[in-house]
Design a protein around this ligand. Structure first.
Ligand code: DAH
Length: 339
């Protein structure tokens, strides 16, 4: 055994390496789990008792010698690579370039914060939905054109599984699982089978809002939306509600804000009307409450839904919706640090 140790010691003393890979091979050969030094440790149990002390010390010394030798060979290569690469190790480091928040995330977070101040919480639902949550429970009649293949991406037909066309589906999921009072907003991605152009895309984002409690009135809806518009577009912003139609609200309205670009004077963004349409809203149709087993005699509510791309384009003066999805850093880095 002592001879074996001596022979290994000799081998290690003479060992040389001409690359980092050679050093690694030495490491594997001598000091890895299956290396020859570990082998000595396993053979140690066969050493007669009276020699154990001497042999044990010799193996330990050999192990330490091997570790030192291999480390010093490794060091010599590491310093060599730094020297030979011509790198100036005294140069200051390149600063790490921090990413920026996507403009859609910035605006989404702003909307969440504004409604948060009014006590609205945030909930999310699935992007792959069924007919019930996207259409039927929202009071869409069976023949409604939105169910058409022209508008909706179907994953399966009969039973219908589809990519949600609006975040109103999350209203249903929340009302199915929770009794009033409910006060929440639902941001998320939606999908429509539309041609891609500067103004529309087949993927975009919405924020849906829902408030259900006893005695919720249209006046509550209007005041909530006025507060929201002023917080988002500025204190001088005015709103107007125009009668409209959605299957899931009655009465329904579309809301315009006074044009934040010309202050209502008329410009090409507001097409010289002084107003910009930004969302749809209304009082939740009693049929929708009943679909979710909420007593429509006792409770009433309002809902609203808006597109985040459109609002972001208005806030930042972005003229083409496709910028949001191209991930060109030249575009993205304009939006300041992540907040
Ligand atoms: N879901 C509608 C859409 O995608 C937007 C909408 C309109 C949502 C009126 C509502 C609402 O909650 O009350 O166009």
């Amino acid at each position: 055994m002592l001879d074996k140790i001596k022979a290994l010691q000799q081998e290690l003393e003479n060992a040389t390496a001409s690359s980092q890979d050679d050093v690694e091979l030495l490491r594997i050969k001598y000091i890895s789990k299956k290396g020859s030094i570990n082998q000595l440790f396993s053979d140690f149990k066969n050493v007669p008792g009276d020699q154990k002390k001497e042999v044990g010390k010799a193996i330990n010394d050999l192990k330490n010698f091997a570790l030192e030798k291999i480390n010093s060979l490794r060091d010599s290569f590491e310093s060599k690579t730094a020297e030979t690469s011509g790198a100036d190790l005294t140069r200051p480091g390149e600063p790490l370039r921090l990413g920026t928040r996507h403009p859609l995330s910035l605006v989404k977070n702003k909307i969440i914060r504004i409604f948060g101040r009014l006590g609205f919480t945030v909930a999310e639902g699935p992007e792959i939905e069924d007919d019930w949550h996207v259409f039927s429970a929202l009071n869409f009649p069976p023949e409604h054109p939105a169910r058409d293949m022209q508008d909706t991406f179907f994953i399966e037909k009969d039973p219908d599984i589809l990519l949600r066309t609006h975040t109103s589906s999350v209203q249903i999921r929340v009302m199915e699982n929770q009794q009033p009072p409910i006060r929440a907003i639902f941001p998320g991605r939606v999908f429509r089978n539309e041609a891609i152009s500067a103004r529309s895309h087949c993927i975009f984002h919405q924020v849906e809002g829902l408030y259900v409690d006893e005695n919720v009135s249209f006046a509550d809806l209007k005041q909530t939306l006025l507060y929201f518009a002023k917080e988002l577009f500025g204190e001088d912003t005015q709103i107007r509600l125009r009668p409209s139609y959605f299957p899931f609200t009655e009465p329904s309205a579309e809301m315009d804000v006074s044009c934040s670009i010309c202050g209502g004077e008329g410009c090409n963004v507001c097409k010289y009307t002084g107003w910009l349409e930004i969302l749809g809203c209304g009082m939740v149709d009693p049929n929708v409450l009943e679909s979710c087993r909420i007593d429509s005699q006792k409770y009433s509510g309002f809902a609203f839904g808006m597109g985040i791309e459109r609002i972001t384009m208005l806030l930042y003066g972005i003229k083409d919706i496709r910028h949001f999805f191209e991930n060109d850093v030249h575009f993205l880095k304009q939006f300041g640090p992540a907040v």
